[in-house]
Structures are given as C-alpha cells and as structure tokens.
Design a protein around this ligand. Structure first.
Ligand SMILES: [Zn+2]
Length: 229
C-alpha cells in the first residue's frame, strides 16, 4: 500500500532485483519502477506538484566515464552509443505513445527516499507526459506522473477512468518521522510502518500538515482502517 515505509532491502526483494538505478523501465511484465528524492542535495530535481497528485521526475544523466568527467554539463541521452534507447528514451517513448493514443499509460511504482536507508512507497502512478527542458545550458528530460487510486493490482488492465490521489509531501513525512521517532505512535514498533492520516483524506483530513499524519505499524494501521470502513 502507498505510504508504507520500506527498507531498501525489502524494496529490492519486492521488485525482484537489486535496485541500483533510479529509472527502471518495465522491470516486470506490467510495471516500471522509479526511485525519487526531493531532499536537499538530491542528485536530480524531482518535484511534487498540483497539491500532491503529480510528480515531475527528472531524467537521468549520461554515465561518468573517462570521456565524460562531469555528466551534469552534458545533454541527458535518449540513446546509448550503440543506438539503443536509454531509460530516458524508453520512458519518453512510452509517454509519447500514450499521448498520441497508441497505448494505455505505463504504470510506475514510485519509491521516495526520505533519508538515508529510509524509503517510502508512494504508490502507483501513470506516466502521462514527457519533454525536454534546457537547464543550465543543457537538455534534460522531464517526466510527468499522476498518482492514481486503487490500481495496486498490476495484473488488472488500466481502467478507462482512473481516480487521482495525493501523496504526502516529503517535508511532512520527514517531520512526522522525526516527531514519532521512527516508531508506531500506538505501540512503539519499529517495523512495517506506515504514514497514516489521523483524519482520512476521504473525510476531509489534510495531507499537508504533520498534525494529521502519524506513524502506525501494520497491525495498528489495519485496526484503524477496519474501524473506519
Ligand atoms: Zn503499533
């Protein structure tokens, strides 16, 4: 479920690979995986927009090599030297094919780094657009992803009408993590944690203030949801 907090090793186990790269097109039959970070000092300028429903994800640089000393001054590549599509190229093609009606949107699971060793699963997104931008004199890719509700079962086809949802802003997650000391607010457990809305978003609770978000373990998260629903 979205908003769970997940150690890096568990992310890799779930996705079935050692996640070394930020962009992983079609990691499995039905989905891609993106690792994002909006922390200060993060290597790429990822951002969350439209009140939390949209991620604008920056494409990735060319690899450092003997010929490329500083990848940050080189255009982000669409193709590798051999002519194959890079991850930028694959995501870009998928987004453009979606825009021209050739295919449904690529579904992307997004994991967000909150701090060293601590990741949050941001749920399933649709890749809906991509473009190039000039940033500090070079060309970078941007990818637009929309957070969708109720599409965790990736074996099902993309519904004709998807409902959007909102993610909790990174600053709020970090504030909650620190306030609650990385423990369930009810029992102090340190594993299987989730960011929980005290008042659910569907009942008007905000995602944008730490006052309405708490850390709960899996058991207490479930108990609470059983009571509300
Ligand atoms: Zn608990």
């Amino acid at each position: 479920m979205e908003n769970e907090i997940i150690p890096y090793v568990e992310m890799c186990r779930r996705e079935g690979v050692s996640l070394q790269r930020g962009m992983n097109y079609r990691l499995a039959k039905n989905h891609s995986v993106i690792l994002m970070s909006v922390r200060r000092g993060a290597p790429y300028a990822d951002r969350i927009e439209d009140d939390g429903s949209t991620i604008v994800y920056e494409g990735h640089d060319i690899s450092r090599s003997s010929r490329i000393i500083n990848p940050k001054v080189v255009d982000q590549p669409e193709h590798s030297p051999s002519g194959a599509l890079t991850e930028n190229g694959k995501f870009h093609r998928a987004a453009q094919e979606y825009k021209t009606g050739k295919r449904p949107p690529e579904r992307v699971r997004v994991y967000e780094k909150i701090k060293e060793g601590i990741w949050s699963y941001n749920g399933v997104f649709h890749l809906v657009d991509s473009w190039r931008e000039q940033v500090h004199g070079r060309s970078v890719f941007k990818f637009k992803l929309i957070a969708v509700e109720g599409e965790e079962d990736l074996s099902l086809p993309v519904p004709a009408h998807s409902r959007t949802r909102r993610v909790i802003p990174t600053a709020v997650k970090l504030e909650v993590w620190q306030r609650d000391g990385g423990r369930c607010a009810r029992c102090g457990a340190t594993e299987d944690l989730h960011f929980d809305h005290v008042i659910p978003w569907s009942k008007g609770g905000s995602s944008n203030t730490a006052d309405n978000i708490q850390l709960l373990c899996g058991r207490h998260n479930l108990e609470k949801h059983d009571r509300i629903e």
